[in-house]
Design a binder for this molecule. Structure first.
Ligand code: CA
Length: 228
């Protein structure tokens, strides 16, 4: 069973999510506090996607996200945000979440996001080259890891997928829509802005000088390009 952690302190929202996840073939693992969520993750190392509410009785969802990411760069993380938390969305992504959904969300929307994350986490790579190199970068497709000048760069699943798309298409301008469709899936309900947020975070990790990017360059009014 595909386990999904559901961290939400409001029982009504949590049971709504749980029922819909079960209906979609997932096995939800429930938590009502940040501490419970971290405990469940320790007990269930096979949880591959976590849904994190932000406003919680103990620590907030961002802190939970930060603590998960400190030891696990592979798990998919979706933040559950309230409509009034526009800035929180961006902050959440900057602390290592892969995606967010805004409450109230439909069951279809939520499961589409989880499905998309799961697709990215899985995937058959046996047909592909095990390694893609480009300049100082070396992307290991089997381990889903990136090195720059031999130094490991920690990537989230989303960042890895974007890097792979770039390195598969060196020198080619990729539109933001192309990136959104390839990485988040065609059923993604969100906004193009999520591409920019992730690119910004990726630049901090891969560029020598993120304010003056030379590897991931902007193609104005269109998207981004990998090339130097
Ligand atoms: Ca809450």
């Amino acid at each position: 069973m595909k386990k999904v952690l559901v961290l939400e302190d409001e029982a009504s929202i949590r049971s709504f999510v749980v029922i819909n996840l079960k209906r979609s073939g997932y096995e939800p693992i429930e938590a009502a506090t940040g501490a419970e969520a971290l405990e469940q993750l320790r007990k269930n190392p096979d949880i591959r996607v976590a849904l994190l509410d932000i406003m919680l009785p103990d620590i907030d969802g961002f802190e939970v996200c930060r603590q998960i990411r400190a030891t696990d760069s592979k798990i998919g993380i979706i933040m559950l945000t309230a409509r009034t938390q526009e800035m929180d969305k961006v902050t959440g992504l900057m602390t290592g979440a892969d995606d967010y959904v805004t409450k109230p969300f439909s069951p279809t929307e939520l499961t589409a996001r989880i499905d998309a994350l799961y697709r990215r986490l899985g995937g058959d790579v046996s047909e592909e080259a095990a390694e893609i190199t480009s300049g100082p970068f070396r992307l290991n497709v089997r381990n889903r890891t990136l090195e720059k000048d031999g130094q490991r760069i920690k990537l989230t699943q989303v960042e890895y997928s974007i890097m792979k798309m770039f390195m598969d298409n060196p020198g080619k301008a990729l539109s933001r829509e192309d990136i959104l469709n390839a990485v988040w899936g065609r059923n993604y309900f969100g906004e193009l802005k999520i591409v920019d947020v992730n690119i910004r975070r990726l630049r901090i990790k891969v560029e020598d000088d993120p304010t003056n990017p030379t590897y991931i360059t902007t193609v104005w009014g269109y998207g981004y390009k990998w090339g130097f």
